[in-house]
Design a binder for this molecule. Structure first.
Ligand SMILES: Nc1nc2c(ncn2[C@@H]2O[C@H](COP(=O)(O)OP(=O)(O)OP(=O)(O)O)[C@@H](O)[C@H]2O)c(=O)[nH]1
Ligand SMILES: [Mg+2]
Length: 483
């Protein structure tokens, strides 16, 4: 029998179901109220537990950061700083791998000089039959003349070409064919071409290739860095050591310096430059320092993810962090988009020093211009309107050195006009340019976070990354209403 004889269409069935019976006695009423109170208390406890669980899940939810910017902008170097600060043990355990990359960087720099010497020899009047002469511009006909001593030096350094090739093969076996192609093209074409770079697919465990150099059997007590197996027969350390004197001679030779300058090759501004440290780096028991590892250059082709547990200063919350490092070359940028759906923050690196350089992928595009366009596309992307964007105007140390060497910023950035050719003037100008783009292209108003960086400088980068870390964590906590 229904409890209620009268129902209305407007009455909620749930209200009807839980309504007290119409003929309830006072004792029944009292018992019902006590039971309802108990039920409410249980329900409150359950609600609270659910809320606590949700908060805990948010706490466990990692902070996800994506490093973006064109190739050579400093993404992987920023990641190395994160590793150095947050997992120093893991960072140091990779010394053997980075040692190999540094050896490769040295061999590559020497190859660039050797290629330049080949070009100088083939453009000299003694070789009139050379095809090269037909296509070398007038200014380049004035390349300095090399002596027999130079040519002997070049011969003696040829084993370094094999060092480069064998390290290349070990780092990226799938690219061995590319290496040969690039070598052939370099020796045949008349104009100087920058040799192809060695790169790694993130999916490839290239570091484990070199951890084969790690040998516990050779570990001696009291030596902290003996995780490098200096006696490995494949280790090119011995060849580099044998060539050390000749490399130093070559790099300090005034004719070679004139030749490089005539060809507008500034090795000292190129990534992976170690020629000023040859004596130290070619020592038989060379172990890379933290600074060396930050300066080592290895191009990223894929995507790599790195995990850290970070504590925030002044806040006892420790959070899992995932930092994603991607390749910045043009052909690789399509791989960025899937991250936009779930990323909390982007650290965007725009190198300021490259105002006078063009993209390797497309020499008709100025690198600074490419960074500006890239920044605009990231800032205006609707999927990223809630993502924190932190801009690193990077390579400030190289910018300073270039301006001090007399290179005119306004020759490349015409709009800079006749302002002073100083670091302060040019960097401020560029910050304003990036800031204006940020202001006018963001789908919704947001704060412009910008730092002048030289991410190869461990000390200054440490402070900046601490600030960035605090900013991102504060923002993510306030988004989840935990602050
Ligand atoms: N002097 C100087 N060198 C830098 C700075 N930032 C990066 N480099 C060097 O520039 C080179 C390129 O840096 P990476 O971090 O490999 O560049 P990336 O953005 O990861 O490049 P891709 O992997 O090709 O996308 C490395 O040899 C770095 O040591 C800087 O602020 N100052
Ligand atoms: Mg990289």
């Amino acid at each position: 029998m229904p409890r209620h004889s009268v129902t209305s269409e407007d009455e909620d069935p749930l209200t009807l179901a839980i309504a007290p019976p119409p003929n309830e006695t006072p004792a029944e009423r009292e018992r019902r109220i006590v039971e309802e109170k108990k039920a409410r208390e249980i329900s409150d406890i359950i609600d609270e537990e659910i809320n606590m669980q949700r908060l805990a899940e948010k706490r466990e939810n990692p902070v996800k950061v994506l490093l973006l910017g064109q190739s050579e902008s400093g993404k992987t170097t920023t990641l190395k700083n994160f590793q150095l600060i947050n997992s120093p043990k893991a960072f140091k355990a990779e010394r053997a791998s980075w040692r190999a990359v540094i050896q490769l960087n040295v061999a590559r720099s020497i190859r660039i000089i050797i290629d330049a010497m080949t070009k100088a020899s083939s453009s000299s009047p003694e070789s009139p039959g050379s095809l090269d002469d037909l296509s070398i511009p007038d200014s380049e006909n004035e390349l300095p003349t090399l002596t027999a001593e130079h040519l002997k030096l070049k011969m003696r350094l040829s084993p370094l070409l094999q060092v480069e090739e064998s390290l290349w093969r070990r780092l990226s076996p799938s690219t061995a064919v590319n290496f040969e192609t690039s070598l052939t093209s370099i020796t045949n074409i008349p104009h100087f071409t920058q040799p192809a770079e060695v790169y790694v697919q993130s999916s490839m465990a290239w570091k484990s290739t070199f951890s084969r150099l790690v040998s516990t059997s050779t570990r001696r007590s009291g030596e902290s860095d003996t995780d490098i197996d200096f006696d490995d027969p494949k280790d090119p350390g011995v060849i580099l050591n044998n060539c050390a004197e000749d490399m130093i001679k070559l790099w300090h030779d005034p004719t070679i310096r004139d030749l490089l300058s005539a060809l507008k090759i500034r090795l000292e501004d190129m990534p992976g430059f170690f020629l000023d440290d040859l004596e130290r780096i070619t020592a038989l028991r060379y172990v890379p320092s933290d600074d060396d590892i930050l300066k080592a250059r290895l191009k990223t082709m894929g995507v790599s993810e790195h995990r850290f547990v970070l504590k925030t200063e002044g806040n006892m919350v420790s959070r899992d962090w995932r930092v994603f490092d991607v390749g910045g070359a043009r052909s690789l940028r399509a791989a960025w988009a899937p991250f936009f759906e779930f990323i909390d923050a982007i650290i965007f690196l725009a190198p300021l020093s490259c105002f006078d350089q063009s993209l390797v992928e497309d020499p008709s595009v100025n690198r600074l211009e490419d960074s500006i366009l890239l920044w605009r596309s990231i800032v205006s992307n609707r999927l990223l309107q809630k993502t924190e964007l932190i801009l690193f105007l990077n390579k400030c140390d190289i910018l300073r050195a270039k301006l001090e060497s007399g290179i005119q910023f306004s020759k490349w950035v015409i709009s800079y006009g006749d302002r002073l050719n100083t670091f302060e003037g040019t960097s401020k100008y560029m910050k304003k340019k990036f800031g204006t783009i940020h202001k006018h292209n963001s789908p919704t108003a947001r704060t412009f976070y910008c730092h002048f960086t030289s991410v190869t400088d461990i000390q200054s980068t440490f402070q900046i990354l601490e600030n960035v870390k605090d900013l991102i964590v504060r923002k993510s906590l306030s988004d989840s209403h935990m602050l």
